[in-house]
Design a binder for this molecule. Sequence first.
Ligand code: FNR
Length: 198
Amino acid sequence: MELDEMAQRPLSVGVIVGSLRQDSLTKRVARELIAAAPPRLRPRFVEIRDLPLYNEDLDVEVAAEPPAAWARFRAEIRACEAVLFVTPEYNRSVPAPLKNAIDVGSAPHGQNVFRGLPAAIVSASPGRMGAFGANHHLRQSLVFLDMPTMQQPELYIGGSDGLLDENGALSDPSMASRLTTYMERFAAWAACNARMAA
Ligand code: FNR
């Protein structure tokens, strides 16, 4: 594909949310990020709730197929050109379902579906620190997965329980421009790194 063509067309972005909760605050953040994305990005959620816990035995048995949910998840990530992670923090780290999704996508050995995909991380918490610990633990895994991960701007959203008002609109007017700027910078990052990977 020509570089100019690649720069013009929308990039397919997988959005992975680290919470499985029905009324997840983090998923609200993810929805706002998707709404703030420029037309150059085509974001969509990639589901992780149905992934069985990673067990290498299920990948290496010659006769057996790996679990269908693993195959579905790996195929969806393979079809992405960038990945946006939006995560809460559990015990100062990444929630287990998200870590499991990373492990599933990274295996079996030599078939890491995340490899080379540009990424960004947004973390959110009702607490003040905006899930800083989860954000940086996740960053550590993405280094090993070989995902070029946007460094600036960082986005740690504290007080996520007050993100939206009673009408479902962003309570803090400055947040809209922060989210828009973040997604515009991610679009530029994804286009630049997708081109390098292609
Ligand atoms: C939490 N929570 C939490 N918050 C935080 O800022 N730092 C932390 O280390 C933890 N640890 C933690 C562990 C466990 C097991 C739970 C269930 C919760 C609180 C967490 O941020 C809060 O429940 C969020 O609402 C979770 O995000 P969702 O599910 O609303 O998206």
